[in-house]
Design a protein around this ligand. Structure first.
Ligand code: PLP
Length: 395
């Protein structure tokens, strides 16, 4: 097929055409089991009837009206998020990067309003991923994503992930925010340690800085709770959510408290499509399905079963050195001899009818539907095993 898109993506050699639950079919009719979930987006699988109905229903009523007005879908979704989290107020936008951009701008504006312009430093982690805008690639701490776009925004300090001493050395009177992924997703499915998160909370409290949790990947049920911070005993001041929030419809949110929200006074920040009625109607339907005990129970049960099956595959073939993660966000760390070859394995899996992801060069990542069935899970493992065994023969 002729490609008319800019060359910043290297597309897989198949063209998906339709999906249902955890199955996808390409334009030649081949069937795949989807354990990638559109990179942790399709939390309810493909074309869930309740989401299709919510989208169709809202499509008959009102598609877009601008942020000159508020709408019932936007207020209904914001109310759900406020009622079930630490937050008092919600800002809607369209992508994880925009939610983080809003979080960082809110933290800077609040600090400037309250303490003065000197308090603008952002402390972030190396190997983090917060999005692709100029501000968020700069905060992300992966020079490969930012260096070609210099000059970059200033006032950002990077410290190693899970290093409380480095964090303590970096946070001071000039710090306006510390931003952390509770599980570093893109760089290898690496959970933050409780010590690191508690240190971040304590330092933010001591120096009047905002603690931002980027839950773009971990949020909305992915880890077995609505948001991953609920596992940690540490509550942020700002939280960002995207991906599963719209479960396939572009939608993102920044959640915060009544203490910080007033810094976003009228005119200070905005988004044409943020809080779009179609997106928020789908978001409400997705929220109601994700925030159910049976969905959480399935996430935990399938996560445990999938992890066990992957560990067995790792032991049988020697392909993995460890399997880690939380709920249905799972990373399989390749054994030393295969380091750097995760992408080759995802290509092999696709040839065997299985969609999986990488998280960096050394980790295979699985982020399937939270409604994954036993049948789909059990069918997926032999496909991965066949792909691994075939690929190992080429090594
Ligand atoms: N933050 C995290 C933790 C992510 O995993 C991602 C995307 O992978 C983003 C932010 C960026 O989200 P988006 O691609 O929707 O801008």
């Amino acid at each position: 097929m002729q490609n008319y898109l800019t060359p910043n993506f290297s597309f897989a050699p198949v063209i998906p055409e339709r999906g249902l639950g955890s199955r996808v079919w390409d334009n030649e009719g081949r069937e795949y089991i989807d354990l990638a979930g559109g990179i942790a987006v399709n939390a309810l699988g493909h074309c869930h009837p309740a989401l299709v109905a919510a989208l169709n229903d809202q499509a008959q009523k009102l598609w877009h009206i601008s942020n000159i007005y508020t709408t019932e879908p936007a207020q209904n979704l914001a109310r759900r998020l406020v009622e079930h989290t630490f937050a008092d107020k919600v800002f809607f936008c369209n992508s994880g990067a925009e939610a983080n951009e809003a979080a960082l701008k809110l933290a800077r504006k609040h600090a400037r309003d309250t303490f003065g312009a000197h308090k603008h430093q952002i402390v972030a982690c190396t190997n983090a991923f917060h999005g692709r805008t100029l501000f968020t690639v700069s905060v992300g701490g992966q020079p490969k994503y930012s260096r070609d776009f210099a000059p970059l925004p200033e006032g950002i300090v990077h410290i190693p992930f899970n290093d409380p001493a480095a964090l303590a050395a970096a946070v001071n009177e000039d710090t306006c925010a510390v931003i952390i992924e509770p599980v570093q997703g893109e760089s290898g499915v690496l959970p933050a340690t409780p010590e690191f998160l508690h240190a971040a909370r304590e330092l933010c409290d001591r120096f009047g800085a905002a603690l931002i949790f980027d839950e773009v990947q971990t949020g909305m049920g992915r880890t077995g709770k609505l948001f991953a911070y609920e596992h940690t005993g540490v509550t942020p001041d700002i939280l960002t959510s995207a991906k599963a929030l719209g479960s396939g419809f572009p939608l993102a949110a920044m959640l915060t408290t009544d203490r910080l929200a007033p810094a976003f006074a009228p005119g200070t920040h905005g988004s044409t499509f943020g809080g779009n009625p179609l997106a928020c109607a789908v978001g409400c339907a997705a929220f109601d399905l994700i925030h159910r005990e049976d969905t959480r129970a399935n996430t935990r049960r399938q996560g445990t079963a999938l992890t066990a099956a992957l560990e067995t595959l790792g032991r049988d073939t020697g392909i993995f050195q460890s399997v880690r993660g939380q709920g249905l966000l799972i990373g399989c760390v390749l054994a030393e001899p295969y380091a750097g070859k995760a992408a080759e394995l995802t290509a092999a899996a696709l040839r065997h009818g299985l969609m999986i992801l990488v998280a960096g060069a050394n980790v295979l990542r699985l982020a399937p539907s939270l409604l994954l069935t036993d049948e789909d899970r059990e069918a997926a493992i032999p496909r991965l095993a066949a792909a691994v065994k075939e690929w190992l023969q080429t090594q």
